[in-house]
Each structure stands twice: as structure tokens, then as C-alpha cells.
Design a protein. Sequence first.
Length: 101
Amino acid sequence: MAFGANVYSQNNTKITLKCGVTPMGQMPLWIMVFRDKTFVLKNEYTKAINPNTIEAINVTKNDAEAAIYGVRGAYGVVTIRIMKKFARKEFKRLKPYLEKL
């Protein structure tokens, strides 16, 4: 099973992240950073991300991520940092889809 995120903005910019098949259909861990607060985004809500608010995206898959995030980071980690000026608004909008790290 592959994972992917299609994100659309008002100016028709599209961001697509895809990966190949992972063992047992496992998905990467999605980390959202709002200012200095870090949360896990549930995989099924990756399409809710507003690309106009993204400051940076970091995609990693290595042993260091597994050491930091444990079993959940074993299949990679996608870290999305939200711009400070949008952090509060985006946090409120995405709060139902977030879990504490």
C-alpha cells in the first residue's frame, strides 16, 4: 500500500508526496510543528493541510528517526513546519486531527 498526500491551494498549486509499497502497508509518521509545539497528524487527514501555510517540509527515513519516534517512525517521518503567522489558525483548524507526540 502506498501513501500520498494531494494538497491544493487557492492559486492551483498542487503538492503531491508519494512513496512505494511498505511492509504490511505501514505509513510514515506525519509530524506537524506549530511554532514550538509538535503534534502527530493522523494519516487519513493529510489532505487537510493548507499548502499556503507551510514554511518547510522535511521527509526522512533512517534509523535516527526510529530512535527518536520509536516504532511509529520506523517507516519514515514527514515533518511539516507551519509559518508562525498562520500557526494559531491552522492549529485550531487541524486540532481534531492531531495527537500529542
